[in-house]
Design a binder for this molecule. Structure first.
Ligand SMILES: Cc1cc2nc3c(=O)[nH]c(=O)nc-3n(C[C@H](O)[C@H](O)[C@H](O)COP(=O)(O)O)c2cc1C
Length: 358
């Protein structure tokens, strides 16, 4: 049977299908639980949450499913040396974004307050609440933390966007490596070199990693149906991780307009842009993303750029000025049609079985 894989045994799940954790409020307890209850593993993206909020989310997920689930953090959550930026740097950023703030009739905000990393405190909660799986992006936790996870029975999964990152994760002794192809929606979680220099497609990345690394590999990026799952397994994947297709379901935290965009013709065009958060991420192409390509030097570092853009985004949503936004999503959006997570799961399982078991 296609689903009797190493990963199902490792995680104690029925199907090697991971719902990609969706950070910044796009995850919900319901989505995580529906996927875990359907035999996959739901993932909750918790990187923006305070430690107590992670404790609360964990209690709610536990109440909604008795199956294994994944909680996800960002190892590096700050690109600002010293937490802040100079006034000169801020003036440069204001200059190029002013026309868009003017268009929405929003005043340019004050310089964002310094940011302090949350990762260390969040990590402590993970070690306390002990989810079955702790997945992470943008780096590798210390050897000591990984050892504590092993002792507590927490399985670990780290994301790689290059072969070098996969080798580093393998050397660190993680349980799973997520091969994150450049088709994927959301941020590009590179950590050894720039995201722009780490744009390998999932099918190539998966094969490179399988060639060199023994740790089981999860294919992420551009998978949304049984054909995609079967193809990834044929190329050696031990499991798959699916994000955009779950983002488009009612159970995700995406706004109705965002889900509608993913399922409409707009989903045909996607862009990698740093304009919205300061880190490179993929979403549906809009005018602002197109206009500001090449001007990255004038953006603020992550996450200050996200703070800077928040009032513009709020106004743009209220005024339905979609061209000032970036609706996160991956290249596979045009093939999506499911609007319910349970039906999506059932169809992924059924379609994969038809192909893999014939
Ligand atoms: C809106 C959005 C937010 C995401 N946030 C995270 C995150 O916080 N942590 C993470 O590991 N992956 C995150 N991802 C990546 C997904 O978990 C998954 O790996 C990816 O979406 C798979 O590619 P696909 O979009 O082509 O299905 C995010 C993806 C999207 C679309």
């Amino acid at each position: 049977m296609w689903h009797n894989a190493k990963v199902t045994e490792l995680l104690g799940i029925q199907y090697p299908i991971m719902q990609g954790p969706l950070g910044a409020n796009f995850s919900t307890v319901k989505l995580t639980a529906v996927v875990s209850n359907a035999g996959g593993i739901g993932g909750y993206g918790a990187y923006t949450l305070r430690p107590q909020e992670i404790v609360d989310v964990n209690a709610k997920v536990k109440a909604a499913t008795n199956k294994p689930y994944n909680i996800n953090l960002w190892v590096s959550d700050n690109d600002v040396p010293g937490g802040t930026i100079t006034d000169e740097q801020y003036e440069e950023t204001k200059k190029i974004f002013k026309p868009y703030f003017d268009e929405a009739g929003v005043a340019l905000p004050e310089k964002p307050a310094p940011f302090k990393s949350r990762f260390e405190n969040q990590l402590q909660v993970i070690l306390d609440i002990r989810p079955k799986l702790f997945s992470f992006v943008f780096g590798i936790p210390s050897a000591d933390v990984l050892e504590q996870c092993r002792k507590q029975g927490i399985k670990t999964a780290g994301a790689a966007t290059t072969l070098d990152e996969a080798i580093a994760l393998d050397n660190a002794g993680v349980d799973l490596i997520i091969a994150s192809g450049f088709e994927a929606g959301g941020h590009r979680p590179s950590f050894l070199t720039t995201a722009e220099q780490s744009t390998t497609g999932m099918f190539v990345l998966l094969q490179l990693i399988k060639e060199k690394v023994k740790t089981p590999v999860v294919a992420a990026g551009g998978i949304a149906n049984g054909r995609g799952i079967a193809a990834a397994f044929t190329l050696g994947a031990d499991a798959v991780q699916i994000g955009t297709a779950f983002l488009a379901t009612e159970e995700s935290g995406a706004l109705p307009v965002h889900r509608k965009m993913l399922l409409s013709d707009a989903g045909k065009y996607s862009t990698l842009s740093r304009a919205f958060t300061g880190r490179l991420g993929r979403g549906i192409t809009t005018q602002l993303a197109k206009d500001l390509a090449g001007k990255e030097k004038q953006f603020l570092p992550f996450p200050l750029q996200a703070t800077f853009m928040s009032s513009l985004q709020k106004a743009a949503l209220e005024q339905q000025r979609w061209n000032l936004l970036l609706f996160w999503g991956g290249q596979i959006a045009p093939v999506l049609h499911h609007t319910k997570a349970a039906t999506l799961m059932q169809s992924l399982i059924k379609e994969t079985a038809v192909i893999m078991e014939r």
